[in-house]
Design a protein around this ligand. Sequence first.
Ligand SMILES: [Zn+2]
Length: 269
Amino acid sequence: MRSLALVVGFLGLALPAVVSANLPNNKAVPGGVAIVPLSSSEETPPTVTYNGRSVLVTKTDDGWSAVVGIGLSAEIGEHRLKVNGKPTAFEVQDKQYAEQRLTISNRRQVNPSPEDLERIGSERTRIRAALETYSEAASPEALRFAIPVEGRRSSPFGLRRFFNDQPRNPHSGLDIAAPTGTPIHAPASGTVVETGDFFFNGKSVFIDHGHGLVTMYCHMDSIDVAVGDRVELGQFIGTVGATGRVTGPHLHWSVALNGNLVDPELFID
Ligand SMILES: [Zn+2]
């Protein structure tokens, strides 16, 4: 940093208003993250909610900021936080995500049977509950993540998908292609809050990093942690596989913030 400061000083340039290295990228779009300064000089962080959910608040150079996860289906335009009960507005900009068409030969996974639908419904409840975890006790040690698996990023977050020409939900995570058995490492410290073998997501692990920041790992071949385990940055949690609805082995990695699934790439370098 010293050499950078010297260079900048020498050139007589002002340092740009860079976001702290410990924050996700500020991208107020559907499926993105808004970093909203809170103009509060209090010692204790203000209480912030968005659509009725608690929001992560962190200390930045300018004081407190809310780090808000925006849902993929969010409307463009003005959104409101409640900061200590008072409204604070921020703007959500448009973003057009690319389109993807997939052919899936296992028809049962495209048009599930009634029994499958019952299973899928109860699993969805468990998955939502895990993704909506908000633990007050431990604040996240970092709001930047390490890459959980080395590999090609085969499918980005937000793709508008069609399976056998039927429209499906947009892609709610980042896919990283890697052979079955490739180790997966925790991208930050946290606590395992759920594991399971789900119809669509296959073998999955959910890590709560604190204050509404939760990560999910899907289609795993093996799960090597259990609910309640504390994991540290870089800890082995299991291996890449092809369980659930997949066309080949890969890690589907999702990041939830205040219950909304957001682009994992905003948290990595
Ligand atoms: Zn995926």
